[in-house]
Structure formats: C-alpha cells, structure tokens
Write a protein that binds this ligand. Structure first.
Ligand SMILES: CC(C)(COP(=O)(O)OP(=O)(O)OC[C@H]1O[C@@H](n2cnc3c(N)ncnc32)[C@H](O)[C@@H]1OP(=O)(O)O)[C@@H](O)C(=O)NCCC(=O)NCCS
Length: 209
C-alpha cells in the first residue's frame, strides 16, 4: 500500500484550522472546554456501541490530542462540531485512515456526536459541509466512509449524503481480531462529480422562485 503519510502530504494543507458554517451547525477548531464533553460522549456505551470499547478520560484526552495535532498540521480533520449557540456536540470531518485495505490510500468522512444531539439532522448537515470542503478546497476525486455492518444510524447518514455502497468493497477491519463481532465493515464512496451535481441540484431547489 502507498505510504499514507506521503499520500496525506500530497493533499492541500491550510495554515489555520478551517471554519465551516451551515445553517445550524459549524465546524472548526477545538477548545479546552470541549474535553469534558468529549470524555462524556466517549464514555457513553450507546454512543460507543459500534466501537470496540468505551474510552476513559485519559483515553478520550489522548484522542483529542491526536485530533488537534492533525488539525494543526493540515487545517482540516475531525473538526469540533457546534450548534448555533457554540455548544460542542461532537466531531465531524475528514481523516486519512492508517490501516491496510484495498481502497487505501483514501480520505474518509466520519462523525461522532453526543446522544443528546442525535436525530436533529446535525450529523448530515455537518457532513455535507465537510464534503463541500473535501471536493472544493481539497479538490479530492473521491471520499469514502466505512463502519461496521450493523451501524445503521451511521449508514443512514452515508446514504443521506448520496454515498454509494458496493458489497464488493466490504472488508474485515484489520484492527479487530478474527471472529470479533464488529470486524466486518461496509464501505461507501462518493465522487467529486456526483457530489457537485447534487450540490447544484440543492442550490437550484433553494433558489427556485
Ligand atoms: C451516527 C450519528 C452521528 C448519526 O446521528 P443522527 O442524529 O442519527 O444523524 P443526523 O444528525 O443526520 O440525523 C438524522 C435523523 O434526524 C432526523 N431529523 C430530525 N430533524 C431533522 C432535520 N431538521 N434535518 C434532517 N434530519 C432531521 C432525520 O429524520 C434522521 O432520522 P432517520 O435516521 O431516522 O432517518 C450518531 O448516531 C452517532 O454519533 N453515533 C455514534 C458514533 C458512531 O457510530 N459514529 C460512526 C462511526 S463510523
């Protein structure tokens, strides 16, 4: 597999963490005050149901450190997601996965929100902002998303973004042991042309008299 670090370096970088704004949700840099809220969502067994385990405070802070370092390095990544009043609701954004799989190297889109903010369309709104950035600013040809087969909430977000699933792309996540119940993963893809055709359609509909 081509070196993911070399792949990441080939992508556009920004000096400052990008800030993206939608009608109800914004994406941008993390704040120190986000840490306890992030730890609470990472400790919630329902939010972490489709991950190998919940995270304790130390593990959650270590993850936030990694996320902030990546954002500082390239200006994009797992952005802090906020609702209109600025409250931290989780993360949504883009990442370069580091494991071996047939579809690598790739940029993935992903999300993890606190349960109190589910079912309001926030994940879908924020993810659409991240896709606009991926295809507009980064000029990527394709973005992928993946999750364990039974994570239907996450798959619905992928489908709402018009990402396509081909069962031929399904794969076993190499970080999970043979026989682990979460090992089998689905892969969704969307290409630049498909995203912008949909973007234009949304804009036409919004601007229609
Ligand atoms: C996956 C996850 C981000 C999805 O969050 P979500 O709240 O279900 O997704 P959205 O914010 O897009 O909300 C969509 C739902 O809100 C409803 N909704 C309510 N008001 C809405 C509005 N104004 N606009 C759009 N949708 C709205 C939709 O009907 C939709 O319901 P449906 O899924 O039954 O069709 C969330 O469940 C999560 O963080 N899960 C844990 C972490 C995880 O699994 N991450 C993915 C790992 S790969």
């Amino acid at each position: 597999m081509p070196d993911p670090d070399v792949f990441e370096q080939s992508l556009a970088h920004a000096r400052e963490v990008a800030r993206l704004r939608g009608p109800r949700v914004s994406l941008g840099p993390w704040q120190p005050d986000d840490r306890p809220l992030f730890a609470a969502l990472n400790a919630d067994p329902e939010t972490m149901r489709w991950f190998p385990s919940v995270l304790d405070r130390q593990q959650s802070d270590a993850l936030a450190d990694t996320i902030e370092a990546a954002l500082a390095r390239r200006g994009w990544g797992w952005w802090a997601a906020r609702q209109e009043d600025g409250e931290f609701i989780g993360f949504v954004g883009l990442n370069v996965p580091r494991f071996e799989a047939p579809f690598m190297p790739a940029v993935e889109i992903g999300w993890r929100l606190a349960r109190a903010h589910w079912n309001r369309g926030y994940a879908s709104e924020a993810a659409a902002l991240a896709l606009d950035y991926a295809f507009g600013t980064l000029a990527l040809a394709e973005v992928v998303a993946f999750t364990t087969v039974d994570n239907l909430r996450s798959r619905r977000v992928m489908e709402r973004l018009h990402m396509r699933h081909d069962p031929a792309d399904d794969f076993d996540h190499p970080a999970l042991a043979d026989g682990h119940p979460l090992r089998r993963h689905v892969l969704y893809r969307i290409g630049r042309a498909d995203h912008f055709n949909l973007f234009n359609e949304r804009t036409r509909r919004r601007d229609a008299p």
